[in-house]
Design a protein around this ligand. Structure first.
Ligand code: PMP
Ligand code: GLN
Length: 398
């Protein structure tokens, strides 16, 4: 048989699926893959359920149902002062994953360079490569995850077509500052490049950190494709409703990419999300406050167990340094042992690096879980750590 697509043949199954399967196999509490273990808002779910029963189950418009496009435009105005025409500057997709791919497809030609920042979400690199574009990786390093400005500037050149920027950032929990964004904006202007802005965690920021869309900076309105996700904003990750806001000069290509990927997205879920985006400010404040409390519960517990806990300003995730526990293996070995022995699952942070010699002593924990689940996970890890100290590394938590 002739070889299949080289790139996909060489790409492994996503780490989130691998670790979730391992969690299931070992009866572990899954703090790996980032999904809440609680449901989203009842009114949004009821709106979608009602929308299944009112006879509008055929193909919706290519760029999304009008009520959701309008809700996306209104949310842009309400939260960021971004004015966008819902008819010509919003495209609804089947999740942010599709939105990001569609935005990359919209601008990249084979041979174009695309700047990516490590640690990176797992779909970015394969998609850039599948499009025949050339990734230019710039690395953030724990524990500070500072933007290395000189390296970022050096990654841009005459062939740079775009940057893919994720803020608030998975897995680092970093929220890019106004100064960092201004630096990126300057590079985009200088090199006449576009930005795909993965802002799925836009409403999940803590301690007064506020998400700033790159699109709001001077000169960026026409260069940015801003991606949001109902999965994250409404704790409904299985719904897979994403939305792109971009200039009317970019939207037609984003829409044509979407046309060739999925063409449309279930209308009933779109109509539920439209209700969600119109919710009052208290909903959005409550979302981040409740996640901040979960972050604190898990973070304080992990610190007590001896982990080095890195600060999280936004997202669902805490990154931890496990060396203080005395574990000498790498992050893959750690996450495997934690799953099979302690019965708690985390994600090895090296999975988010593509370049050589990534930092290999960090594990990512998701805190979008109920209190009892967080407490049970901490208890299991406490017993495991205790047993290892007592010289019985194989003692499983019950
Ligand atoms: N980008 C990042 C950084 C993510 O963490 C996720 C995770 N789920 C996505 C994109 C994909 O979002 P969606 O589920 O809406 O496709
Ligand atoms: N975004 C989620 C995470 O980072 C996972 C999404 C997926 O499983 N593909 O955990």
């Amino acid at each position: 048989m002739k070889p299949q697509n080289d790139l996909l043949s060489a790409t492994g199954t996503t780490i989130f699926t691998v670790m979730s399967a391992l969690a299931l196999e070992h009866g572990a509490i899954n703090l790996g893959q980032g999904f809440p273990d609680y449901d989203g808002p009842a009114d949004v779910i009821h709106a979608a359920a009602a929308a299944l029963l009112d006879g509008r189950n055929q193909y919706p418009p290519l760029t999304g149902v009008p009520e959701l496009r309008e809700a996306v435009a209104s949310a842009n105005r309400r939260f960021y002062g971004i004015e966008a025409d819902p008819r010509t500057e919003v495209v609804v997709t089947s999740g942010a994953t599709e939105a990001i791919t569609a935005c990359l497809m919209a601008v990249l030609n084979p041979g174009d360079e695309c700047v990516l920042i490590e640690p990176l979400y797992d779909t970015y690199l394969p998609v850039v490569k599948l499009l025949g574009a050339i990734p230019r990786l710039v690395r953030l390093t724990p524990p500070k995850w500072e933007l290395p400005r000189a390296e970022l500037a050096a990654a841009f050149g005459p062939r740079t077509k775009a940057i893919l920027l994720n803020t608030p950032m998975n897995p680092t929990g970093k929220v890019f500052t106004a100064a960092e964004l201004a630096f990126v904006a300057e590079l985009l202007q200088k090199h006449d490049a576009y930005a795909i802005c993965d802002e799925v965690y836009e409403h999940l920021t803590f301690d007064g950190w506020r998400h700033i869309p790159l699109m709001t900076l001077p000169g960026m309105r026409e260069r940015c494709m801003r991606v949001g996700s109902a999965g994250k904003t409404f704790s409904l990750t299985g719904w897979k409703i994403g939305y792109v806001t971009c200039d009317r000069s970019l939207a037609p290509n984003v829409a044509k990419a979407h046309q060739n990927l999925t063409f449309t997205t279930p209308p009933n879920l779109q109509r539920g999300v439209a209700i969600g985006l119109a919710k009052d400010d208290a909903y959005f404040a409550g979302l981040s406050a409740s996640l901040q409390a979960r972050r604190d519960r898990l973070g304080e517990g992990l610190a007590k167990l001896g982990f080095g806990v890195l600060p999280t300003q936004g997202s669902y995730f805490i990154t931890t340094d496990f060396r203080p526990l005395g574990f000498t293996g790498d992050d893959v070995a750690f996450c495997r042992a934690l799953t099979t022995e302690a019965k708690v699952t985390a994600i090895p942070v090296t999975a988010f690096y593509a370049g050589p010699n990534p930092p290999s002593h960090y594990a990512r924990f998701a805190f979008c879980k109920g209190d009892a689940v967080i407490d049970a996970a901490l208890e299991r890890m406490a017993r495991w750590i205790e047993a290892r100290r007592a010289g019985a590394p194989r003692a499983a938590a019950g």
